[in-house]
Design a protein around this ligand. Sequence first.
Ligand SMILES: Cc1cc2nc3c(=O)[nH]c(=O)nc-3n(C[C@H](O)[C@H](O)[C@H](O)COP(=O)(O)OP(=O)(O)OC[C@H]3O[C@@H](n4cnc5c(N)ncnc54)[C@H](O)[C@@H]3O)c2cc1C
Ligand SMILES: NC(=O)c1ccc[n+]([C@@H]2O[C@H](COP(=O)([O-])OP(=O)(O)OC[C@H]3O[C@@H](n4cnc5c(N)ncnc54)[C@H](O)[C@@H]3O)[C@@H](O)[C@H]2O)c1
Length: 456
Amino acid sequence: MTHFDLAIIGTGSGNSLVTPDFDDKRVAVIEEGLFGGTCLNVGCIPTKMFVYAAEVADTIRGSGRYGVDATLDGVRWRDIRDRVFGRIDPIEAGGREYRENGANTTAYEGHAEFVGPRELRVQVGDRVEEVTADQVVIAAGAHSVVPEVISESGVPFHTSDTVMRIDELPSSMVILGGGFIASEFAHVFSALGVEVRIVTRGPAMLRAEDAEISKEFTSLAGRQWDVHLNAKVIGAKGAANEVVLELDSGELVSGELLLVATGRQPNTARLGLEKAGVATHSDGRVKVDEFGRTNVEGVWSLGDVSSPYQLKHVANHEARVVAHNLTHADDLQAFDHRFVPSAVFTHPQIASVGMTEADAREAGVDVTVKVQKYGDTAYGWAMEDTTSIFKVIADRHTKLIVGAHVMGPMASTLIQPVIQAMSFGQTAPDVARGQYWIHPALAEVVENALLGLEFD
Ligand SMILES: Cc1cc2nc3c(=O)[nH]c(=O)nc-3n(C[C@H](O)[C@H](O)[C@H](O)COP(=O)(O)OP(=O)(O)OC[C@H]3O[C@@H](n4cnc5c(N)ncnc54)[C@H](O)[C@@H]3O)c2cc1C
Ligand SMILES: NC(=O)c1ccc[n+]([C@@H]2O[C@H](COP(=O)([O-])OP(=O)(O)OC[C@H]3O[C@@H](n4cnc5c(N)ncnc54)[C@H](O)[C@@H]3O)[C@@H](O)[C@H]2O)c1
């Protein structure tokens, strides 16, 4: 049994907890998979590198509308893939080595389970290591959920963990799900020439978004991909090069490759939390208070395994808060979940922050809403844009912005002034007229959206 000051389960955002405050302390860093976790290895970073390549391909295909004739001669999938992982894999290896050889860290490369409140058993190959610590942080992330109708059918399938490493592009792909991951991979693979078919159980794609955005996006998705909404899969069959999904409508949807993107669940099932007495929510997340403390003294949690948001910027924020709290028992900081933005890097790109219009009305806010078309600004003319919108929702009385929902190029960047305004309590008129907006930049879309709000 080895005792540490701190034991961390998971090296995604958990890896950043080894701050200089622990320079003279002993830290156990436990990882059963890839160092750096989901975002670096199989999540945000590789997906967005693929998205960038997809957008280059789309730009070439669309260049004719600007009078620039170009043809896409082909895509070299293995080169695209290897550019991505040629950058990422060495970072993973470097991170692993850094923890293996760290002056104050001991790396345990295996699966951790609690056997008592701050006691862990780690399976490292054939060896079992026993680790105790004054403080333990659960930063174990989440994993893809695969519906039983697929997992029990025996058909081959991919999840986001594996699909980015395939050797050849398939000619067609069925994507099960209509959320973040489905929408991003539909964009990537279709731009690279794969015929994409989407099967989702909901009546729209990206249903958690503002209803107007979800509706418009679903309509645009239907123009790009073969989209099956309200679809229940009742059977799956096939083999290596063709998978067929049978829907309850009687339709058959087939593709050379099946990608399952039906949500992600916190990695709590095999953590032995009951042996430590750590409480969980009904959806499996570890229960934490606003400081990141579980109900067990000295046991903390952060990121996808406990957070209501499965987003890297939230996991990073929570890690910064917990890193402080681990060494400042008398001066605890709280998580700030007031204005959590998100973006879906699909086509067109989507970003949002704050309440949807329906949420705001339901919450009793006397709303003023402006939907600004990109196409009604000078930069929108340059882009020949016909579909992009910047929707902003504010409180008619306080003039504070309560939400923004954007669909169009650079949505994730354009939304940032609104996130800033909401975070710092700036009113919409102050943001619109209290600063210069560079003319004729795309940011004029934001300026015009704010100017279009009507106040008492
Ligand atoms: C395809 C995809 C794209 C994404 N894109 C974005 C994006 O663009 N922007 C964004 O904000 N978010 C994105 N996300 C979400 C983001 O990746 C996660 O919110 C974030 O990585 C969560 O970080 P974490 O530290 O909580 O968990 P993770 O990074 O998942 O780290 C948890 C680590 O714990 C390890 N572990 C788990 N259980 C044990 C155990 N018992 N013992 C030892 N080790 C264990 C795991 O192997 C893992 O390495 C994406 C996710 C996916 C899947
Ligand atoms: N850009 C980003 O920030 C980004 C990108 C990817 C993932 N993520 C994070 O990862 C999380 C997981 O992504 P996701 O896309 O897997 O989940 P999701 O919750 O966004 O979407 C799941 C989708 O699958 C559908 N679905 C669920 N069960 C189904 C079934 N049995 N048959 C058919 N459809 C079914 C749902 O209706 C929904 O459309 C996201 O919620 C997000 O927090 C973030």
